[in-house]
Design a protein around this ligand. Structure first.
Ligand SMILES: Cc1cc2nc3c(=O)[nH]c(=O)nc-3n(C[C@H](O)[C@H](O)[C@H](O)COP(=O)(O)O)c2cc1C
Length: 382
């Protein structure tokens, strides 16, 4: 039975081939930052207040220029279509049913056009900038055509950290399905059947470009190799001039970079360390958030991700200055466990946990929590 995110994680572990489960679950090098993203939530405790009539609660709040019914949404995660057949469409449908957008990753099986054709709700798009700027131009045009109003430029992945689980599983070197891999995949028959029904997965953004090869593994490898390692603030200027919608820089972990992002014309940032998949031994995101929120002092919108598995985690991030929270692995475990229904279950569980947590804190709404800010929490003695 799935009653929380950890249950979904265990169910996804059973349903997904190990090579893909480890790709989702793992972090870089020693996985210290991956663990710190979870553990550091414990540095804060919630202030309990009572006798406040909490019979009616309101989880709606503003972030990224829109009033959303929930203070969180599914953020960009690559290859959703590998964890469940048509995974991007499944995740988007679950998000839309909950009234929130899905942010589609550049590294997706469904292209923006395919996702738009299958869903009517709000879509955001996450861009990786490639050395070949024609690819970026094409993706931006697709985003405009799909009615995307919010673009995330991910800025913490000009190169990729080594995820040792992937090295051990041979994931990084794979370009096609070898007989050995086929055997390992066959150990997960329900997943295999789901994939066979959905058809050969390819990377939607480049499948029409012969230079990227055939099939998701080869295309993803070629796409990763073409991420522009020279990405700099000059490129943010270029993108700011080119993209008329809302621009969010994802992967900011220092107050200095947050201030530079504001000066570069970003509308918002996501305090993120890519879920502990990039620079290991760096700060957890919940430890970095207060300093960043304080530095920008309300002059730049701050979103948050990293290690969110419980409603209380979301409450803490909102109290520490985040306007909204992005989910990563939490919803992907749901997707890997049970497709669209699994994502829906995770979203509703987290909504319920946020609602109950607020109530037990004596609060009736997310906006009240935001107004209370850091005084809703107590720092645990070190
Ligand atoms: C399997 C996986 C793939 C990801 N792919 C992307 C991506 O394509 N683009 C991106 O900006 N972030 C990507 N991320 C990072 C997430 O957007 C997010 O920052 C991170 O997962 C948050 O940490 P959490 O999973 O602990 O909540 C990925 C994360 C995971 C786990």
């Amino acid at each position: 039975m799935i009653v929380n995110v950890e249950d979904a994680r265990q169910a996804a572990r059973k349903r997904l081939p190990k090579i893909f489960f480890d790709y989702v679950d793992g972090g870089s090098f020693n996985e210290d930052t991956l663990r710190a993203n979870r553990a550091d939530f414990q540095r804060w405790t919630l202030v309990q207040r009572v006798l406040n009539d909490i019979s009616v609660r309101d989880l709606s709040t503003d972030f990224l220029g829109t009033r959303h019914p929930l203070p969180f949404m599914p953020g960009p995660v690559g290859f959703l279509g590998l964890y469940a057949g048509h995974g991007e469409i499944a995740a988007a449908r679950a998000a839309h049913a909950a009234g929130v957008p899905l942010c589609l990753s550049t590294f997706s099986i469904a292209s923006l056009g395919e996702l738009r054709a299958a869903t009517a709700g709000p879509l955001h798009f996450q861009l990786y900038v490639m050395s070949d700027r024609a690819i970026g131009d094409e993706l931006l045009a697709q985003a405009e055509a799909a009615g995307v109003d919010t673009l995330y430029l991910t800025v913490d992945t000009a190169i990729t950290g080594v995820r040792e689980r992937d090295v051990r599983n041979g994931f990084r070197a794979l370009t096609r399905i070898t007989p050995g891999l086929a055997l390992r995949l066959a150990a997960r028959p329900a997943w295999c059947l789901d994939m066979l029904r959905a058809g050969l997965p390819e990377v939607g953004a480049v499948k029409h470009r012969p230079g990227f090869g055939k099939g998701v593994l080869e295309q993803a490898g070629n796409l990763s190799r073409r991420i522009d390692t020279g990405l700099s603030w000059k490129d943010v200027d270029w993108l700011r001039g080119r993209w008329k919608g809302r621009l969010v820089l994802k992967g900011i972990l220092s107050p200095e970079d947050a201030l530079t992002a504001r000066a570069a014309g970003a509308d918002a940032i996501v305090v993120s360390n890519h879920g502990g998949r990039q620079l290991d031994a760096t700060s957890s995101t919940i430890a970095a958030l207060p300093g960043i929120a304080e530095a920008v002092g309300g002059s730049l919108e701050v979103l948050f991700d990293g290690g969110v598995r419980r409603g209380a985690d979301i409450v803490k991030a909102l109290a520490l200055g985040a306007s909204g929270v992005l989910l990563g692995r939490a919803y992907v475990y749901g997707l890997g466990a049970a497709g669209e229904a699994g994502v829906a279950r995770i979203l509703s569980h987290l909504a319920e946990e946020v609602s109950l947590t607020l109530a037990l804190m004596g609060l009736t709404s997310v906006d009240e929590l935001k107004a209370r800010g850091r005084t809703a929490l107590t720092a645990r003695a070190a």
